[in-house]
Design a binder for this molecule. Structure first.
Ligand code: C2E
Ligand code: MG
Ligand code: MG
Ligand code: MG
Length: 281
C-alpha cells in the first residue's frame, strides 16, 4: 500500500498501532478473565533418558482454552503477558496446577518424575523461593517432583541476586534447568557459577542435526560444556531418528520432541507412562 504524503502514512501507522493496541488489550483482558475462569490448562511433554528410553520427567506447557477461539498456544499470549506483567499471575497459576497434578501422581505411587515448569524473567524474584516452598508444603509434594526451566536471558541482570535466588531454590531440593541454551547472551563465566542441574539445547540447534555442520558443532560443544560442569544435557525439538542418533553418539543425556511425543493432556501422559514402563521393564 503506497502513501502519497507523509501525513497519509502517519495516519495509516497510528491507525495500525491503535489496532495493535486494541488487539493487545483484548487479549490481556481475556487472559485476566481466563485466569479466574478456569480456561488455562497444562499439557505435559515427556522427557526421555537417551539410554534405555525411560521417561524421567515432563515439561508442563500452558495452553488457553478460549471459548470462541479454541486452544491458543502459549506463543500467542505469553509474550504479551510478559510485557504487561500478567505473567506473574499466569506463573502462579502454572505452579499451582503443576504441583496439584504432580501430587496426584505422587499419591498414585508413580516413581518420582521431574515436572518442569517454565519461569519467565519477571517471576524470577526474591519472592519465588518462598512461594515454591509454600506450594510444595500445601500439596505435600516431594521437591524432587519439581523443576524450573529458566531462559538464560532471564538471568543476565543482577547476577549476584540471581545466584542467591537459585541457591535458595536448590536448598529446597527443586532443580533448575537452563532453557533455550545458546540462544541468549550466554556468558560462560556466569554459567560456571549458576547452581543448575541441566542445560537444554534449543530446538533451533537440534533442527540442523546431523547435516548442518554448525549445528553439530554447537550441539557437541554444549554437551561437552555440560559434561565438564557436571550438568545433565537435554535436547529439545528432536523430530528424527538421525537427530537422536547424533545426540546419542555425542553423549547427550536426555531428549524431548515430537519423535517421541507431543505435549499431552494429563490422562494421555499417564497412558504414555504406562506404555513406557511396559516397554522399558
Ligand atoms: P519452550 O519452553 O522452549 O518449550 C518448547 C516448545 O517447543 C513447546 O512449544 C513445545 O510444544 C515445542 N516442541 C517440543 N518438541 C517439539 C518438536 O519436536 N518440534 C517442534 N516444532 N516443537 C516442539 P509451546 O508449548 O508452544 O511453548 C512455546 C513456548 O512458550 C515455550 O518454549 C515457553 O517459552 C513458553 N511457555 C509455555 N508454557 C509456559 C508457561 O507456563 N510459562 C511461561 N513463562 N512460558 C511458557
Ligand atoms: Mg521450556
Ligand atoms: Mg526450551
Ligand atoms: Mg525453545
Amino acid at each position: 500500500r503506497g502513501h502519497d504524503t507523509l501525513e497519509d502514512s502517519v495516519a495509516f501507522y497510528s491507525l495500525d498501532m491503535n489496532r495493535g493496541m486494541h488487539e493487545r488489550m483484548r487479549i490481556e483482558s481475556g487472559l485476566r478473565h481466563a485466569l479466574g475462569n478456569g480456561e488455562l490448562l497444562l499439557h505435559y511433554q515427556p522427557k526421555f533418558q537417551i539410554d534405555g528410553g525411560r521417561i524421567i520427567g515432563a515439561e508442563a506447557l500452558v495452553r488457553w482454552r478460549h471459548p470462541e477461539r479454541g486452544l491458543i498456544p502459549p506463543g500467542d499470549f505469553i509474550p504479551l503477558a510478559e510485557t504487561t506483567g500478567l505473567i506473574v499471575q499466569v506463573g502462579e497459576w502454572v505452579l499451582e496446577a503443576a504441583c496439584a497434578q504432580a501430587a496426584v501422581w505422587q499419591r498414585a505411587g508413580m516413581p518420582p518424575l521431574r515436572i518442569a515448569i517454565n519461569v519467565s524473567a519477571r517471576e524470577f524474584t526474591a519472592a519465588l523461593p518462598g512461594r515454591l516452598a509454600a506450594t510444595l508444603a500445601r500439596y505435600e509434594l516431594a521437591p524432587v517432583w519439581l523443576e524450573l526451566e529458566i531462559t538464560e536471558s532471564a538471568l543476565m541482570h543482577d547476577i549476584e541476586r540471581v545466584i542467591d535466588i537459585m541457591d535458595q531454590i536448590n536448598a529446597l531440593g527443586v532443580t533448575l534447568s537452563l532453557d533455550d541454551f545458546g540462544t541468549g547472551y550466554s556468558s560462560l563465566s556466569y554459567l560456571k557459577r549458576f547452581p543448575i542441574h541441566t542445560l537444554k539445547i534449543d530446538r533451533s540447534f537440534t533442527t540442523g542435526l546431523p547435516s548442518d555442520a554448525s549445528d553439530c558443532a554447537i550441539a557437541t560443544t554444549i554437551i561437552s560444556i555440560g559434561q565438564q560442569l557436571r550438568h545433565k544435557v537435554i535436547a529439545e525439538g528432536v523430530e528424527t531418528v538421525e537427530q537422536l542418533e547424533f545426540l546419542r553418539q555425542s553423549g547427550c543425556d536426555e531428549v524431548q520432541g515430537y519423535l517421541f511425543s507431543r505435549p499431552l493432556p494429563p490422562f494421555e501422559f499417564e497412558t504414555a507412562l504406562r506404555e513406557n514402563w511396559l516397554l522399558v521393564e
